[in-house]
Design a protein around this ligand. Structure first.
Ligand SMILES: Cc1cc2nc3c(=O)[nH]c(=O)nc-3n(C[C@H](O)[C@H](O)[C@H](O)COP(=O)(O)OP(=O)(O)OC[C@H]3O[C@@H](n4cnc5c(N)ncnc54)[C@H](O)[C@@H]3O)c2cc1C
Ligand code: SF4
Length: 542
């Protein structure tokens, strides 16, 4: 395997003058005009789009990567403050429905270069091999058109480029991490204590947070603002882990550019995109197009790109676009301890257990769940307490008591169901484009999983010494909607992430996942994008 720096020099391209962003790289960025046919236009510059952009630019492709949000500058734009970080999220209108609607907004996708990774917590686990053959092994969900062995090398690449810190991992395919584990905070210590008393294995990590200096990136300073953008640059996001190298290799990052449609030529090949920038509708020509706008926005864009050849939405000739969207059931249980915990004094991602990840034939549900420290800051803690019904004096009392609480989160492997779907709503956004309607309903297996996960969290907290616990039910991590499949009747893209219907149109974001496991998804999305870039042949175009 090539060295990290040869493959991706981003960490060495960041400044060492006390600022957090290489302004010269941005100022001198190569720029293409709309009429130039670039090799590829990438829509969305988050986990999947950022990696694809870097890989193809590194291989000599002429790449324009567009993002609807800003090109963040950590010094200028981010604050270590929960309320002040609201601008990081995609808060454009979306409509929700179904029996168990999923609230969309601050807990879902991001906007701007770096995508949702700007505010993601930083957990970076791999999927288990069983996640990719769920239908064969467990009779539910789907099998991937890929095996774990196809992904292994790309997991390793991403773990070394982010880089990931953690203890040796005993679950799934056992593996090690490039950085040793971080010290744990009070919440992590209690999680480990509770697990030890119950005989449940737990490990520190895996987190995309530098442990020690990495290139020009500094060490984590344990202030706990990972979900607010990490002004320090210790937490990985493609804004700092992949975009600097992409710029140095000649990619153009065109921020504040909302893509409204993919265009086709008369042969049915993708020919570019239509986008809105500075109030003007423009068109970028391209030899190929890759969509990486997140599980809601990518299906929406395909549906909004309906044309004479695809009247029901681009690539929707088999009625698959927008189907099988998944969320993980993500209840959070907090426990109160007599001594101070101060859960904010550490990165929220700290300790995890995947001991309940696999299907256990003695249980009344298929698949499983993982458990992690989540450690909300005060505003999120207030939402947690209010969701439990506390208000007024009782809410104030819980807030005054904040330093005595710690919080665990479960990630349940909710199953992919065809009716959990993105369609277009009647409502339009500020560009006049129909917004996404997302309908979601749980199945019985999902409910049983969530109840089991909650029970285990309560047991761990009590074993650690919590006097009492409170739980809120919630969701995390949307994936699916344009899933990968072997046959075009079962999905939207093939194993190399090319759409079945338009071979020079790719999808390289979380929407391609056929199953989700109980792992946080960003590492898998990045690994899939790196693999797709390799499969494109990465031929030099200049
Ligand atoms: C609070 C929170 C915590 C999380 N914690 C973790 C974690 O610890 N570990 C983990 O693995 N995952 C975590 N995630 C999830 C993870 O961040 C996402 O799953 C992942 O980033 C999705 O990658 P993506 O490439 O699909 O999309 P994104 O990273 O969201 O990138 C999509 C980009 O596309 C842009 N875009 C969308 N539509 C258009 C358009 N029409 N034109 C132009 N641009 C467009 C958006 O602005 C955005 O920048 C967390 C998410 C949240 C909300
Ligand atoms: S705790 Fe570490 S990774 Fe998180 S925001 Fe602070 S410096 Fe960044």
């Amino acid at each position: 395997m090539s060295s990290v720096r040869d493959r991706n020099a981003s960490a060495w391209l960041l400044p060492v003058d006390g600022t957090r962003d290489n302004h010269a790289l941005r100022r001198d960025m190569r720029r293409f005009d709309d009429e130039t046919e670039v090799d590829i236009v990438v829509v969305g510059c988050g986990a999947g789009g950022g990696v694809l952009t870097q890989r193809l630019a590194h291989a000599g492709w002429r790449v324009v990567a567009m993002d609807a949000g800003p090109f963040w500058d950590p010094d200028r734009d981010w604050v270590s403050d929960e309320a002040g970080s609201h601008g990081l999220y995609w808060t454009e209108p979306r409509v929700i429905g179904g029996a168990d609607p999923v609230p969309l907004g601050a807990n879902n996708s991001g906007r701007g270069v770096g995508g949702s990774m700007i505010h993601f917590a930083g957990y970076a686990p791999r999927l288990h091999p069983s996640d990719l053959r769920m239908r064969s092994d467990d009779g539910v969900g789907a099998d991937w058109p890929l095996t774990y062995a196809d992904l292994r090398a790309y997991y390793r690449q991403m773990e070394s480029e982010l880089p990931v810190a953690g203890q040796s991992w005993p679950w799934g395919e056992p593996h090690r991490y490039p950085h040793s584990p971080h010290p744990v905070g009070g919440d992590g210590e209690l999680f480990l204590r509770g697990c030890q008393r119950l005989g449940i294995p737990a490990r520190v990590g895996p987190v995309a947070i530098t442990n020690g200096r990495f290139g020009n990136r500094p060490h984590c300073i344990y202030r706990g603002f990972c979900l607010q953008g990490c002004k320090v640059n210790a937490k990985g996001s493609t804004l700092i882990t992949h975009i600097p190298d992409a710029l140095a290799r000649g990619a153009e990052i065109r921020a504040d550019s909302m893509v409204s449609r993919v265009t086709l030529d008369e042969d049915g090949q993708a020919s570019g995109v239509v986008y809105h920038k500075d109030g003007v509708e423009r068109r970028q020509r391209a030899r190929m197009v890759a969509l990486a706008g997140y599980s809601i926005e990518t299906p929406r864009l395909l549906l909004n790109s309906a044309c004479a050849r695809f009247p029901d939405g681009l690539c929707n000739n088999h009625n698959q676009v927008g189907r099988y969207v998944m969320v993980q059931g993500a209840a959070q249980t907090a426990g109160r301890f007599r001594d101070e915990v101060r859960m904010y004094k550490a990165p929220p991602p700290g300790v995890s257990s995947e001991a309940f990840y696999e299907t256990d034939p003695t249980k009344d549900y298929q698949r499983g769940f993982s458990i992690q420290t989540v450690s909300p800051l005060p505003v999120t803690w207030a939402e947690h307490v209010a969701a439990e019904g506390h208000w007024g004096e009782s809410l104030r009392e819980h807030m005054r008591d904040y330093i005595h609480w710690m919080c665990l989160g479960v990630l349940c492997d909710f199953l992919p169901l065809p009716g959990n779907r993105v369609t277009l709503a009647d409502e339009t956004d500020r560009h006049g484009l129909p917004v996404a309607h997302f309908s979601y309903s749980q199945c019985d297996n999902d409910r049983r999983l969530m109840a089991a996960g909650q029970r285990v969290m309560e047991e761990i907290l009590r074993a650690a010494g919590a006097a009492h616990t409170v739980t809120i039910k919630r969701y995390a991590h949307l994936v699916g909607g344009c899933r990968m499949a072997t046959d075009e009747r079962d999905g939207v893209v093939d194993r190399d992430l090319r759409t079945f219907a338009v071979p020079n149109l790719l999808i390289t974001d979380g929407s391609v996942l056929p199953t989700q496991g109980s792992a946080n998804p960003a590492l898998t999305i990045m690994a899939l994008a790196a693999r797709a870039a390799d499969r494109l042949g990465a031929k030099a175009r200049r």
